[in-house]
Design a protein around this ligand. Structure first.
Ligand SMILES: NC(=O)c1ccc[n+]([C@@H]2O[C@H](COP(=O)([O-])OP(=O)(O)OC[C@H]3O[C@@H](n4cnc5c(N)ncnc54)[C@H](OP(=O)(O)O)[C@@H]3O)[C@@H](O)[C@H]2O)c1
Length: 277
């Protein structure tokens, strides 16, 4: 069985495929359509999009045209980070559903605890309002699992204090070099039964030319991208690599190997962070 068909099990029993196909910065239209179509042809069954990626229509069209049974696919989208009211959350969710042209989503996330235009802004009350709305939609069956993204430990604690609803997933930046900074958050999520999804697992491509990663890839007879993706899996997290090239889609999913603990520890020490997260 391909790793693309292996799953983690969320706290509510829903199975989530272990590797997701990322679609950030994949332009709507032919490029997004072709990328998602080829990803599904390559065996990906888990697709990660978002309202703000502006490609939900093409993602949905590729899903429809793939002829793969809907129940075999796992589709995630996200509430825009600016939307922090109860009523608007329903509106944006329905708009996403219309754009992807599906009856339900497998996973729906609050994209960030603050608007991207005001990182760090206190939106605690707004997050709780949006979260209650998302939970209500979840109870109707139109979403199979619910979560957050870019939430810190403090954000998660606050959300729980206000709503008593624990997310199934927290999608956070995670790649070689960023692990020490994210370790406490990952451990906190684990302790609450929240699955961590690793976004930008290739550090947006920057990790792939790092000498140590290249050398380790040679030792394992793998590519740097495969080392980066395997590293996230070794940490118990779910990587979401993005590419628009089919050969790379296949490469990124060929990660059915184990890494030695000493090598994982060595990679923990690397600093390949291209920007400050
Ligand atoms: N929740 C959030 O706030 C958030 C934020 C960022 C990302 N995400 C999610 O996570 C996904 C992945 O993160 P990301 O898009 O930031 O970056 P990423 O997956 O870390 O890296 C993507 C870059 O690596 C290149 N690449 C992919 N596979 C490769 C390979 N095998 N060899 C060489 N180059 C390769 C891609 O180029 P080509 O396309 O040209 O192959 C692209 O430039 C996103 O698409 C999105 O779904 C979520």
């Amino acid at each position: 069985m391909s790793i693309l068909n292996e799953t983690f099990v969320l706290k509510n029993g829903i199975q989530i495929p272990k590797i997701g196909f990322g679609t950030w910065q994949v332009p709507d239209g032919e490029i997004a359509y072709q990328a998602v179509k080829e990803a599904i042809e390559s065996g990906y069954v888990h697709i990660d999009t978002a309202y703000v990626y502006q490609n939900e229509v093409s993602v949905g069209k590729a899903i429809k045209d793939s002829k793969v049974d809907r129940s075999s696919l796992f589709i995630t989208s996200k509430l825009p980070s600016e939307i922090k009211t109860y009523h608007e959350t329903f509106k944006y969710f329905e708009e996403t559903l219309k754009r992807v042209d599906l009856d339900y989503l497998d996973l729906y996330l609050i994209h960030a605890p603050w608007p991207w235009s005001a990182i760090g802004k206190d939106c605690k009350e707004g997050n709780a309002e949006a979260w209650k709305a998302i939970h209500e939609i979840y109870e109707t069956g139109k979403i199979k699992a619910i979560g957050v993204s870019n939430f810190s430990i403090a954000d998660l604690k606050d959300l729980y204090e206000r709503t008593h609803i624990v997310p199934h997933v927290n999608q956070i930046p995670l790649f070689i070099g960023l692990y020490p900074k994210q370790k406490a958050l990952i451990e906190y999520c684990e302790s609450k039964g929240i699955l961590v999804e690793a976004y930008s697992p290739l550090a947006i491509g920057y990790a792939l030319t790092n000498d140590i990663i290249v050398e380790m890839a040679n030792q394992y007879k793998k590519t740097p991208a495969q080392i980066c993706i395997r590293y996230c899996l070794e940490k118990g997290t779910l990587p979401l690599p993005k590419t628009t090239k089919q050969a790379r889609m296949i490469e990124n999913a060929s990660v059915d190997f184990k890494m030695k603990e000493a090598d994982i520890l060595a990679l923990d020490q690397l600093d390949v962070d291209p920007r400050r997260f």
